[in-house]
Design a protein around this ligand. Structure first.
Ligand code: DGL
Length: 279
């Protein structure tokens, strides 16, 4: 294995700022790795798109990431993991990791009455239900689609009383079922933890699949001999929508203002080309 390959970036992607919860874990667990972050902000939210649309988006993003020479891709997006992971794994010559199985395994380790809050597409796919029951057929799983959460988080309305009211409604059926464990089935939702904690009984375990997919990535890189031993490059942040807006909305999660590039994914034309070079 050449030193070059080890030093290549890990590519991670989401529709928007949700993937920053996975990036945070990467910084914590794999501080020597260099990262390429992509937010598909021009097409956000993913959670209300059709399975075919989501698969198409994921193919475009992974094709671009391969062009950028990443050594591994992590879907920092449950909707993509639920709807597209299986299909694209056989299409790309690259280790690709998703959140569902690591999240399901972690939940089964701590609970038996498991609630999942997720985007409508992830909830409808029943991906968490299948994964949890595969690991523990005696577990009880309740999934709730939460269409309003991603737009509220992207609009930074975390402290808005309306957000708390919406959260209360989404959690109601799960509380009625007396869940002992709640999975964040969307990477945006850990940003809501302060709100959710005020509604959930304190004994409910919160499972963030981000921590577990990153642990799985660390194991796989180690197995493949691809862990970077040198100093990491600064994270490269790219979006399909407005770069300035992403920089503004991500600063509160990152603790610094990132430099963000707008890129064009390869659909029919051989892009990406940074917007600035077109002007
Ligand atoms: N954060 C993503 C997820 O984990 C996508 C949310 C969305 O764009 O609807 O599902």
């Amino acid at each position: 294995m050449t030193q070059d390959r080890k030093q290549q970036r890990i590519g991670i992607f989401d529709s928007g700022v949700g993937g920053l919860t996975v990036l945070r874990e990467l910084y914590k667990q794999l501080p020597r790795e260099s990262i390429l972050y992509f937010g598909d902000t021009a097409r956000l939210p993913y959670g209300t798109k059709t399975p075919d649309e989501i698969l198409q988006f994921v193919r475009e993003i992974l094709s671009w990431m391969v062009e950028q020479k990443v050594k591994m891709a992590i879907m920092a997006c449950n909707t993509s993991s639920a709807l597209a992971l299986e299909a694209v794994r056989s299409e790309f010559d690259l280790p690709i990791l998703g959140l569902i199985l690591p999240g399901a395994r972690a939940a089964v380790r701590v609970g038996r009455r498991i609630g999942v809050i997720a985007t409508p597409a992830t909830a409808a796919s029943n991906a968490y239900g299948r994964a949890i029951l595969e690991v523990d057929p005696t577990a009880n799983v309740q999934q709730v689609g939460c269409p309003e959460f991603v737009p509220l988080i992207e609009a930074n309305r975390l402290e808005d009383p309306y957000t708390k009211e919406v959260a209360r409604q989404y959690l109601q059926p799960l509380l009625q079922q007396q869940i002992d464990t709640l999975i964040y089935g969307c990477t945006h939702y850990p940003h809501l933890e302060p709100v959710l904690r005020t509604i959930l009984p304190p004994e409910v375990n919160l499972v963030d699949p981000a921590a577990h997919v990153v642990a799985a990535a660390a194991r796989e890189l180690d197995l493949l001999g691809l862990l970077n031993a040198r100093s990491p490059l600064p994270t490269r942040f790219c979006v399909s929508g407005c770069a300035e807006q992403f920089a503004r909305s991500s600063v509160q999660w990152l603790g610094f203002t990132p430099e963000v590039e707008k890129v064009y994914l390869p659909t029919s034309s051989p892009l990406p080309v940074p917007l600035e070079s077109l002007e």
